[in-house]
Ligand binder design. Structure first.
Ligand SMILES: Cc1cc2nc3c(=O)[nH]c(=O)nc-3n(C[C@H](O)[C@H](O)[C@H](O)COP(=O)(O)OP(=O)(O)OC[C@H]3O[C@@H](n4cnc5c(N)ncnc54)[C@H](O)[C@@H]3O)c2cc1C
Length: 463
């Protein structure tokens, strides 16, 4: 593929404006930014970088990170959403070149009808390519496809000190490994070459299986890993040490005959009052969700195979069907806790589940997945072999933070880690034990970049 043209007419960036409008998905912490730059053209980015003070900038995608890794309190953001052009596509290889602000939804809309799909996708399609690279996101196929970063062939990065730096696993490979999972701190991802994968159509052959213990979840994972590209489980977080849940597994279907219409769901218009989400409502929701899906699984077993053909959007992005569902948690917002615990330490995992159940504070969607063994590309990538659990907690002040600190103890002792994309409060010590080699990443940080997350977790540690 020809490299992107460097020809540009010097265009001035759109004026910056002070704002409190830029939040993360958890809506916590709610911080203000000094300025938000909104470049519409790639060639406006260098001017923004040149004029900024040291450590004052951070790129922002679609704010689908839950905590503060996409925030830069009292400093500035570069909103990348208008840098969203598709620059090239090679139909013979499936290599797509696009700007960093292109969303996964954009890619699916254009390329799924042509028989191509994303190599890895998180549980929402409203993320940008830049954001997905910067968090090296994982999906339901981690056990066979690794992270999103392992499907990036090459990328172009705006740096304030070196102009546009092109990197790949072979070229400037250290900068490449720093930028994959680099939390937006190595510069602004201008464009990336992504290896898409071929699919027959928009349908997934899916199966649901109820399970009643951690061991049966592991057995299902082992049995499925070789036969199913996608596996994930929903967990009833009120069930304690012996969790029950529903195991979902699937493959892209070759069924091409069925007409397909993407879903457009309702939108939550405003933040609900906090009391709507009390422990009784959440316990009832978890029990009902389990019953409905266990019944579906049972009816499938009786031979109603039609029920196992699911549209890709219901399979990959069930939450996207309610727009702004994050407002469910009320004005104070919520925190997501996502950790990984080595599989050799199941006792720690059970202890974690027990603490969550006893707290009565868990919420709707506990998601459980066994990561594969493939090493992640990025210096700060989160995925590693083990069991990963993701769970939402409504923000109830110190009570919530205290529970999370108690979960941290278990994760830390087990040799596990927390996911920065979901974090708004981990301590420097917790970050250190999750990413013991983080100091090796520091030389690759762009001198103009910083974030609320980075300042918090490296507080007092950087020379
Ligand atoms: C419902 C839901 C489900 C999710 N499921 C998963 C999942 O299954 N797996 C998973 O891994 N994650 C998951 N996530 C998290 C989400 O995939 C990541 O947080 C993702 O990085 C968000 O992308 P974004 O474009 O919104 O970026 P933002 O959240 O805006 O930013 C994320 C990071 O990317 C950086 N960044 C953004 N644009 C650029 C750019 N152009 N250049 C350089 N850096 C940039 C920012 O500085 C920041 O550090 C989920 C989130 C939601 C809301």
């Amino acid at each position: 593929m020809a490299s992107q043209s460097a020809v540009s007419l010097k265009r001035k960036p759109a004026p910056a404006s002070p704002t409190r409008d830029y939040l993360s998905w958890g809506r916590y912490p709610a911080v203000g930014h000094a300025h938000v730059y909104k470049p519409a053209w790639d060639d406006q980015v260098p001017t923004i970088l040149e004029s900024a003070a040291s450590g004052s900038l951070l790129p922002y995608g679609r704010g689908r990170s839950y905590g503060d890794s996409c925030l830069n309190a009292d400093r500035s953001l570069i909103d990348c959403r208008r840098l969203n052009r598709i620059l090239g596509f090679d139909e013979s290889t499936g290599v797509l070149r696009c700007e960093g602000g292109v969303t996964f939804a954009d890619i699916i809309k254009v390329f799924l009808p042509k028989g191509w799909f994303l190599p890895v996708t998180p549980g929402t399609c409203f993320v940008t390519v830049g954001g997905a690279i910067a968090n090296d996101v994982h999906g339901k196929n981690h056990h066979c496809a690794g992270t999103f970063g392992s499907h990036i062939l090459q990328l172009g990065l705006h740096r304030s000190d070196h102009g546009v730096v092109v990197s790949s696993p072979e070229l400037n490979s250290d900068m490449f490994r720093a930028t994959i999972g680099g939390l937006g701190l190595t510069g602004v991802i201008a464009w990336a070459d992504i290896q898409l994968r071929r699919v027959a159509g928009p349908w997934i052959d899916a199966e649901l299986t109820p399970f009643h213990s951690l061991q049966s979840f592991l057995d299902l994972s082992r049995e499925s890993d070789g036969r199913f590209e996608y596996t994930v489980a929903w967990l009833d977080c009120f069930a304690g040490k012996n969790p029950r849940g529903i195991f979902f597994r699937g493959n892209h279907s070759t069924a091409t005959h069925k007409p397909f219409r993407p879903k457009h769901g309702p939108k939550l218009p405003f933040a609900l009052p906090g009391w709507c989400l009390n422990r009784y409502a959440m316990k009832a929701f978890n029990a009902a969700y389990y019953r409905v899906h266990a019944a579906k699984a049972a009816s499938g077993a009786k031979g109603k195979t039609g029920e196992s053909l699911m549209p890709y959007d219901s399979f990959f992005y069930p939450l996207d069907s309610i727009r702004q569902w994050n407002l469910l948690y009320g004005k104070q917002g919520f925190l997501q806790y996502q950790c990984v615990i080595p599989e050799t330490n199941l006792a720690a995992f059970e202890e974690l589940l027990d603490r969550i159940a006893r707290s009565g504070m868990g919420s709707f969607l506990g998601v459980l997945k066994k990561f594969g063994d493939a090493p992640s590309t990025g210096m700060l990538s989160f995925p590693r072999p083990g069991l990963t659990l993701a769970l939402d907690f409504a923000m109830r002040g110190e009570r919530t933070l205290q529970l999370m600190r108690s979960l941290d103890e278990v994760v830390q002792q087990s040799g596990g880690a927390l996911y920065p994309a979901k974090d708004a409060r981990m301590s420097p010590a917790m970050f250190e034990s999750s990413f013991p080699r983080w100091r090796g990443f520091v030389p690759y940080i762009d001198p103009k970049m910083s974030s609320s997350f980075w300042r918090r977790v490296t507080e007092g540690s950087q020379s």
